[in-house]
Every structure is written in C-alpha cells, then in structure tokens.
Design a protein around this ligand. Structure first.
Ligand SMILES: Cc1ncc(COP(=O)(O)O)c(C=O)c1O
Length: 393
C-alpha cells in the first residue's frame, strides 16, 4: 500500500504551485489548490530509476528508444484498450507545447478554431497567440450537469469555416468523462465538415467508478485520419517538471507535418530523465495509479459530503474523472472579483478562479484535491468558516 496521507513540504523547491505566494502578494499561509500538480511523491520506482541513471554521469543528446515506445503502447493498451503503434508516437516537452505545434502545423493565420466553454485556459492562448480565431461552443449547464449544444457546434463550424476543434477528453475544468455516444456525435460533425480534431487526453488515467475513458481513436476507426491525441504521464505520476509527453498521430501525413513544425519551433531531443520517468511509470505504475485514483475518489467523497453538511448553498459538480473539482458559488451572489478576493484573503485558499476558464465560468471555482486528506480538510474548514462570516452579515 502506498501512503498518500504523507504531507510533504514543498516550499523552497521553486514549485510553481507553492513558491509564488510572496511574488503574488498572497498570504504566506494560503493553501494552494490551483494548478493541476499533485502534492504526492511520485511512484518510488521512478526515483530509483532516475538515481540509477544519474550515477552513470554522462547526459549527452538522447533519442527515444524502442523500449520507451513499447512501454507507452503497453500502458495505452492495458489501461485504455487503445492499440497504438510505436511509430505513431511523437514526444514533445508538454501537451500545451503540442497544442501550439498543432495549431501552427494544421491551420493558417486567421483560421477559426472551435473549443467548448468553459475550458482549460491555455486552449485560448494556443489559438489567440498564434493569430487564429477562437470560436466558442458554450456547454449547456442544467441541474448540475453539462451537455453539448450540438446544433450550435455544427452551425458555428459551418458559419465560421472552422478548421480545427480542440477537445478536452476528459474535460478540465468540469470533470466530465465523455461517453462514446457523445464523442461520436462530435466526431461525426467534425468529420463531415473536415475539421481536424486535437484531443487533449492528458487526464485519461483519472476516471472514477462507473465511468470509462474513451480514447478518440476508439470511437470510430475512421477518426485516425483527421485527429491527433495528446497524452502524457505528467498528470498521472506528477512529473510535469520533467517535461515529457506523447502525441499519438496515426495518419502519416499529419504526423510528418507535426514533426516538421515541431522541429522548426526549436523542439528537438527529449529529456533523458523525462524518458526514464515515463518508461518506468508505464511499466511499473499500474498498482500505484489504482491506489491513487481510489484515494482521490475518497477525497472527492469527503469534499461532497463536507459541502452538503456545511455549505449546502454551494454546489459541487461531482467529477466523473480528474482530480479537479468544479464548484458553483453563484448562490453567494458575489461578482467574480469579490469572490476571488474572498477566497484569497478571507478563506486563504488559492484556487483557479472560474472566470479564467471563459464563458460560463464566472461564479465557479476549481479546486485541486490531489493532496493529503488532512490538507483538504483544513482547506474546507477555512472555507466554511469564511462563508459563515458572509452569512452572519
Ligand atoms: C487539459 C490539460 N492539458 C494540458 C495540461 C498541461 O500539460 P503540459 O504540462 O504537458 O503542457 C493541463 C494541465 O493542467 C491540462 O489540464
């Protein structure tokens, strides 16, 4: 049994999550629950493998070897019934890097790219900062559930001559695990109108009881011709600092274009430690991930229960996957600036504010619950105490 209850000191490690409070002017004792980075130590075998390689003492230019590729294919097949061939895999230093490469490789300036809303905000930057146009397809939010407005999706694709769709599968921030039927409806619309799909599947391994992750290629054989899938071990094993992701591109022409653009943007050889970490994770990490996901699901149960008992007016959108929990605070009646100030200064919680995810996000907060239960409990207590101060006014 692995121990996810251990509280590990992360301050003083140049951690993006923990070490920027001073620079931001936030209270020193704030609890950070924003960026998708876990407070757990990774799989111990990864530490061992990195130490062993470090002992060698030479860290020259490195390429992606066969055993690495076999490990990636093995993980996809064993965990997701996803048959990937070794030569479909292209590494990049991150999934966001891959999104930007895909935008540059497959679209032209001024082209329209569609995304659901609210969504992981770097989707916007990847489009906007490359002088492409964002077309929004807002999700329908009813009775705590999110569904796609397919009519709006197709109409906007036609009206704006959309060239690309960036799909978040599973979906950050709302915690949705798409069903095969939903993906088929979306995929068929894209196929019909020649829209290239970039499926960001970085959260694929965090799926809770009763749900299943469907890789976009598994929806329909023909989808391989017009889509690419972005995966990484970084969320699953807490390896973001090692900058290694695997982009799966079955279609040879799409793959060649991607590789050419990747090289032009200056991304060349991979990081030796990232490769070692990923290969070890995918060969030895299955049990660790099973235990981790069970721990996270129990954290979510704890959080849902805590809100129901102590803050019933605020609605937790129970995630079907991911360790990010989307909570509706609109009942507090605060505008988004006041809500942000309240979270930072009164509750002393550093969260990802809903409004940064765009249309439909204001009034919500995204909590990262990949932390020991004791930390989660302390955070929720701080929040309920802070909310009592509003109710008392
Ligand atoms: C949907 C999604 N894609 C990509 C990333 C970041 O990926 P990377 O660090 O590999 O760029 C995140 C991180 O939170 C994410 O949630």
């Amino acid at each position: 049994m692995y121990n996810f209850d251990e509280v590990v000191e992360r301050k003083g490690t140049d951690s993006v999550k923990w070490d920027q409070t001073k620079a931001k002017g936030y209270p020193e004792d704030i609890i950070p629950m924003w960026v998708a980075d876990m407070d757990f130590k990774t799989l111990p075998d990864i530490n061992e493998a990195i130490k062993e390689r470090a002992e060698h003492g030479i860290f020259g230019y490195t390429f992606v070897g066969t055993t690495y590729l076999e490990a990636v294919c093995g993980w996809m097949k064993n965990r997701h019934h996803f048959n990937v061939e070794k030569d479909w895999i292209v590494t990049t230093p991150g999934v966001v890097t891959a999104l930007k490469i895909a935008v540059l490789a497959y679209t032209q300036k001024e082209d329209a790219i569609i995304i659901n809303k609210p969504v992981y905000y770097p989707f916007d930057f990847s489009i906007k900062n490359n002088d492409r146009k964002i077309i929004e397809n807002p999700m329908i939010y009813e009775n705590g559930q999110y569904t796609v407005d397919y009519e709006d999706f197709e109409k906007k694709i036609i009206d704006h001559n959309v060239k690309m769709f960036i799909l978040c599968n599973p979906y950050n921030p709302i915690g949705k695990v798409w069903t095969k039927e939903e993906l088929k409806k979306i995929g068929d619309i894209c196929k019909k109108h020649h829209v290239l799909v970039v499926a960001d599947e970085i959260h694929q391994d965090f799926i809770y009881k009763g749900y299943e992750h469907i890789p976009f290629y598994n929806v329909d054989e023909s989808y391989k011709d017009f889509s690419i899938i972005c995966t990484a071990p970084s969320k699953t094993f807490n390896l973001a600092g090692l900058q290694t992701s695997n982009i799966i591109i079955a279609n040879a022409q799409l793959r060649e274009k991607f590789i050419a653009t990747k090289e032009n943007t200056g991304v060349t050889n991979p990081n030796i430690f990232g490769l070692i970490a990923c290969e070890t994770a995918y060969r030895k990490g299955a049990q660790w991930v099973d235990e981790l996901v069970a721990y996270l699901e129990a954290n979510i149960d704890f959080m849902v229960d805590y809100f129901e008992k102590h803050m019933p007016m605020c609605k937790v959108i129970r995630p079907q996957g991911l360790y990010l929990v989307w909570v509706d605070f609109t009942a507090l009646g605060l505008d988004h600036e006041t809500l942000e100030k309240f979270m930072l200064e009164t509750a002393k919680l550093w969260l990802d504010e809903g409004y940064i995810f765009g249309t439909g996000g204001a009034g919500f907060e995204r909590f990262n619950v990949a932390c020991p239960r004791s930390v989660l409990e302390a955070a929720l207590k701080q929040l309920s105490t802070a909310i009592e101060t509003i109710s008392a006014k």
